[in-house]
Design a protein around this ligand. Structure first.
Ligand code: SF4
Length: 543
């Protein structure tokens, strides 16, 4: 194994507090893989929580692996080094289970890159008994795992705490991988893609889906009823993450607002709140390792114990983002002296915020921003989307006007605008809606950037639209998108790769869909009836 790459892994380990080292003997070995860099993976509470959960079992040894950093990739290729685990430097192919945690669609190509670098056959059907079982969990696994279906032995549809234990128990008993897959299929929420045949009509639409070998026709998403009983805990503290030396503690899961565009606001519902007792205990145990605690939740303004928690003595708290509402005022007061706080107005006009069902008013956005800036926050981050359903030029102008109004409320602090291209997601009312044309999106991004370029103390950043369209294809694609993913291993340009594999990106991104169309993810029961989502879709785009 290449010495320089091993030394780099050891250097990362040396900066960690809380790493688990276990003897492998007699234990099931799981390599938990984040299909992107160490920095991003270790900043994710879900990934860290899985590592903790699996290592809490005595019969399991769980280690971690990541996509190599870009600057190391050449060395990996030159020396023929495969991806290996951080803890024992074991190649992925020598684990019993390789478990991908996938939260972002644009990481799909990295899943295949990691498998290929590790000499593990890509397709589940080509893997034999000497190969590891390859499984997938994370938000992408329960929104729409179909593009990766060909490569996965199993997908976990739902929250890990709820079914991981049942899966590991099932895995321990059978004598072969085939048997393990079969017995796991009996666990609610576990999806074995190889047991289904999907057929398509001449128009490219799905015409049928047949379950074989006793596999369930519908896969029901599992979720934890009480997050106080099963805390998702980060056990490793390291300076090498987005939240340097900070321990992440979950306060809430799911969101009561279910904004029309938001995947998390639908697939993680119902909203669940951690009890004050449970969160205080978790914070006390985090303080044994660090004084910095990051509170995680989709909308902390709605967390009933936010003030009690943020008022705890001796803790340096950080929160992800604030919802602009009168209820945030007291929390804003506790944020004084913090470097950065985010607010997500998402759209520039009241009308468009109604269309996307973002239930905040211009008054709330301006007042919350004013309080934060005047209170001494260094950076106010504002998030907006471009390319939203029914968006017109005046909505774009509305972003410019709104930011100028916010700037006028206080000369203190910097305003950092992040603009991203809207990508419709499964299980949201906009799952039927086409994406906006890329030319229009680019023009609108350019207009906002130019219009705010000369405003003092305002900086504008935006995503690269072409990658938003790639995300769009991966988010709502079907099993045939797997061809594009394989072609991307040798052709960097995702569009060229798709076309060479016979996959039309426009079919998955720009096409208007109807209620009667079978969507690739319809077989997942997320807990929201399809006709209810359609009703909401019609109501929102009609506004
Ligand atoms: S408030 Fe935020 S987390 Fe909640 S649904 Fe809306 S966008 Fe999603």
């Amino acid at each position: 194994m290449n010495r320089r790459l091993v030394e780099k892994a050891d250097e990362l380990l040396s900066k960690e507090k809380g790493t688990v080292f276990k003897e492998p003997g007699g234990r099931v070995s799981v390599c938990l893989v984040w299909p992107n860099t160490y920095h991003l993976g270790m900043s994710n509470l879900g990934f860290q929580g899985l590592y903790t959960l699996l290592n809490e079992r005595d019969d399991v040894v769980c280690e971690r692996a990541f996509l190599p950093d870009p600057e190391d990739m050449e060395e990996y290729v030159r020396t023929g080094t495969g991806v290996f685990s951080l803890e024992s430097k074991r190649p992925l192919g020598r684990f019993d289970i390789v478990a991908f945690s996938v939260s972002f669609e644009n990481d799909y190509p990295n899943v295949l890159r990691i498998l290929r670098m590790s000499n593990i056959p890509l397709e589940a059907a080509s893997r034999g008994p000497r190969h590891p079982m390859v499984v997938m969990g994370g938000a992408c696994a329960f929104a729409n795992p179909e593009q990766l279906a060909e490569f996965m032995d199993l997908c976990f549809t739902g929250e890990a705490e709820e079914m991981l234990g049942e899966f590991m128990d099932a895995y321990l008993n059978p004598s072969s991988k085939e048997e393990a897959v079969k017995s796991a299929m009996g666990i609610e929420g576990v999806y074995a893609p190889q047991c289904y045949d999907v057929s398509y009509g001449k128009d490219g639409l799905i015409t049928g889906r047949v379950a074989r070998g006793g596999a369930p026709e519908v896969i029901k998403r599992r979720y934890v009823k009480d997050i106080s009983k099963y805390p998702l805990r980060a056990s490793i503290i390291t300076p090498e993450t987005e939240f340097q030396r900070m321990c992440l503690v979950e306060a809430m899961r799911g969101c009561p607002h279910s904004c029309g565009f938001c995947l998390a606001g639908h697939v993680y519902n119902p909203p669940r709140k951690k009890s004050l007792d449970a969160i205080k205990k978790e914070i006390q145990s985090a303080l044994e390792q660090t004084e910095r605690v990051g509170l995680i939740g989709p909308s902390l303004t709605d967390y009933p114990h936010a003030l009690d928690v943020l008022g705890m003595e001796g803790v340096d708290f950080s929160i992800t983002s604030l919802r602009a509402s009168p209820r945030s005022v007291a929390i804003v007061g506790l944020m004084q002296g913090k470097k950065s706080v985010s607010i997500a107005p998402e759209a520039g006009t009241e009308r468009l915020r109604k269309v996307i069902d973002k239930k905040i008013t211009e008054e709330d956005i301006i007042e919350t921003s004013r309080l934060l800036l005047a209170g001494g926050i260094e950076r106010l981050r504002l998030y907006f989307m471009v390319g939203l359903p029914t968006e017109a030029d005046h909505d774009i102008e509305g972003i410019v006007t709104l930011v100028k109004k916010i700037r006028d409320t206080s000369a203190k602090g910097n305003i950092v605008l992040t603009l991203s291209t809207f990508v419709p997601k499964p299980f949201t009312p906009f799952q039927w809606h086409p994406m906006q044309g890329i030319k229009t999106v680019k023009e609108r991004l350019k207009h906002i950037k130019k219009s705010l370029g000369s405003v003092k103390g305002v900086k504008v950043f935006h995503d690269v639209p072409k990658y938003a369209y790639m995300q769009g294809m991966f988010a709502r694609g079907d099993r045939r998108v797997a061809g594009a993913l394989k072609a991307m291993l040798d052709e960097g340009d995702w569009k060229k790769a798709s076309l060479s594999a016979g996959v039309d990106p426009g079919f998955h991104t720009m096409r208007e869909r109807g209620l009667s169309e079978t969507l690739p993810w319809d077989f997942i029961d997320i807990g929201i009836p399809k006709d209810k989502l359609w009703e909401r879709f019609e109501q929102l785009v009609g506004l």
